[in-house]
Design a protein. Sequence first.
Length: 353
Amino acid sequence: MSTANISNLSIQTSMRLTIRQAQNELIKAQQEVTTGIYADIGAEIGGATSTVVDLTRDSLRLQSIKSTNAIATQRLEASQEALDQMAQAGDDMNEALIALSGTANTGNLETAIQAITSALDTFTSMANTSLGGEYLFSGINSDVQPLEPYSDTSAAKLAFDAEFLSYFGFPQTDAQTATIAASGAAPSMEDFITNVVEPMYSGADWTTDWSSATDEVMTSRISQTETVETSSSVNSKGMRYFALASVVAKELLALDLSDDSRAMVTNKAIEYTGIATTGINSTRTMLGLSENRIEKANESLQVQIDIIDTTLTSKIEVDAYEASTRVNNLLSLVEASYTLTAKIQALSLVNYL
């Protein structure tokens, strides 16, 4: 008589494969329930996968533009705040100059010069404002501080002193300043300010003595077809004339001048301050229009994103009820497989001998 081996190994192996397959399917099903989209999009929708890829790429590109717009908006908001401070400093300087008109009182003169110095310091500080490591008013040269502070050793101060000496033939400290005529043929205070000092700020000397900025300003693409200016430059007319007004007032009002000459200086400084404030407010308006265009562009971008995402979702979204049912069925299958496997492993002829 012969005997044959009886083994449950093949059955156990088959059950292990069944459990492994069920576990893999369960992981995919649970992922779909959690995310709401197919775990393997390519396997589910086949040839339509290329459309899904295109839609995803378009949505990401539009989202990227919106993110860039957020950075541009921050830069514009910071620029607006700095320009607002400049405009306020210009108003303060103008008030001090107007209060000085018609008086030669030493106390009033000192108070006015202090106010003008403070306004110039505020202007310089705001012009050198930076955000995220980029200077706001440097044009496209955003990694370089745009404006050199005015001081006794600055290029602008040295240039002014040199031009004063060259024009009048004596320095500001000379007592002859009291003899300077207010207007008329040269040399006169009006001619010096208009034909010597003003060109230093409206011409190439500005970029030599004061500014390291570019005339070209930063622009940003705010939609697929639209770009706007998102910064300004200290080379703008308003900022040039702010510096001109403050230097004329600061340097010349402190001299020992006749009443007529001092009045001439005051009137010219008031005139330049008005030009400066108007120019700064024009820049604020321009940047405000850019902010408005970005806001409208973001609204349009969001509509496009919503349309794309809706189309995309319709192609890759799973049936939540069906996915939940499949998860429950797979859980039941895995539990039954574990139970059956345990019973098979417990089978032994020893139990029947």
